[in-house]
Write a protein that binds this ligand. Structure first.
Ligand code: AKG
Ligand code: FE2
Length: 253
C-alpha cells in the first residue's frame, strides 16, 4: 500500500515534485522515504533511550519555552487528546543531546515545512514561532500493552503531512500489531511489515491512524524495552496556546 517517494534532497529542491507528492498524500495514499537514518545509528539511539527509560523517573512536563527534554510514561492518561499506552521521549530544539537529533532529523522537518508552505527551517530555532515548536518524539510501545487509539491529527499552516519513522523491525522485535492507516476505501491497513528501521512514512493528518497493540499475548513489562519504537516529527503548540487544533480520538477502531 506504500508508494516510494523521491529522495528528500530532490523533493526539497523541486516544488513540482512536492506538489505531486502532496496530491497523493491528500488522496490518502501513504508515501515512504527509505533509509533516512542508517539502521545501526537507529539501534544506538534506541539503546540509549532504553537506558534513559530504565533509569529515569518518568514525569509529565508541560511544553513551555525552555522546557527540558523529558521521559514520560503514558498509561491511558486522560490528559492526552488521544488515548494510548507508551513511553515518550521528547526533544525540544533549544536543548542539545549526544545524537544531535534535530540535525539528524532536519531533512524530514524541512520537507514537512515545505509541504505546508512554510519556510524550511520554521519551528526549528531556539524560540517558538506562532506559539509552536518542532519536537522530536520517540515513542516506545511495550509488548503486551503498547498501543495508541485510532485518531486524526489536525491540518493547518503547521502541517499537511505527518512523517513517522520506523525504528524497530516487524517480525524480529515484535510480530503483531503496529501502525495501521485507514485507506481511501475505509479499510485499516497495517504497514510495519513493509518498513525497516530508518524508513519514514508520510500520510495526511486527517487519515485515521493508530498503533494496534504490540504482541498482545505477551505479558507486559514496562522496563524490558521489548516492543516497538517509532519516531514522530511533530510541531506542537506551547501550553496555553490555541494556535493549533487538537487531535481527534476515534477509539479502538
Ligand atoms: O507513535 C507513533 O508511531 C504514532 C504517533 C502518532 O500518530 C501521533 O503522535 O499523533
Ligand atoms: Fe497521529
Amino acid at each position: 500500500m506504500l508508494f516510494e517517494m523521491d529522495p528528500l534532497p530532490l523533493l526539497e529542491a523541486d516544488a513540482e515534485r512536492r506538489a505531486a507528492l502532496q496530491a497523493r498524500i491528500d488522496g490518502h495514499e501513504v508515501g515512504v522515504s527509505r533509509a533516512v537514518v542508517a539502521p545501526d545509528l537507529i539501534e544506538r539511539l534506541t539503546g540509549w533511550l532504553a537506558g534513559v527509560g530504565r533509569a529515569s523517573l518518568p514525569n509529565y512536563v508541560a511544553l513551555t519555552p525552555g522546557a527540558p527534554n523529558a521521559h514520560r510514561v503514558n498509561r491511558w492518561d486522560e490528559r492526552s487528546f488521544v488515548r494510548a499506552n507508551y513511553h515518550q521521549f521528547s526533544f525540544n530544539p533549544w536543548n542539545q543531546d549526544p545524537f544531535d537529533v534535530f540535525r539528524l532529523m532536519a531533512p524530514v522537518f524541512r520537507l514537512r515545512n515545505l509541504l505546508a508552505g512554510a519556510p524550511s527551517e520554521k519551528y526549528l530555532g531556539r524560540a517558538p514561532e506562532e506559539g509552536s515548536i518542532a519536537r522530536m518524539l520517540f515513542h516506545f510501545y511495550p509488548a503486551g500493552e503498547g498501543c495508541m487509539n485510532l485518531h486524526r491529527d489536525p491540518v493547518g499552516p503547521h502541517q499537511v503531512a505527518v512523517p513517522l519513522m520506523a525504528m524497530s523491525r516487524f517480525g524480529a522485535d515484535y510480530s503483531a500489531g503496529g501502525l495501521v492507516l485507514q485507506d481511501a476505501a475505509g479499510v485499516l491497513r497495517a504497514v510495519d511489515a513493509e518498513l525497516a528501521p530508518g524508513d519514514v512514512v508520510w500520510f495526511h493528518p486527517q487519515q485515521p491512524h493508530g498503533i494496534e497493540t504490540i504482541d498482545p499475548d505477551t505479558p507486559s513489562d514496562w522496563l524490558s524495552f521489548r516492543g516497538r519504537w517509532s519516531g514522530v516529527f511533530a510541531v506542537n503548540k506551547l501550553q496555553g496556546e490555541a494556535s493549533i487544533a487538537d487531535a481527534a480520538d476515534l477509539g479502538r477502531g
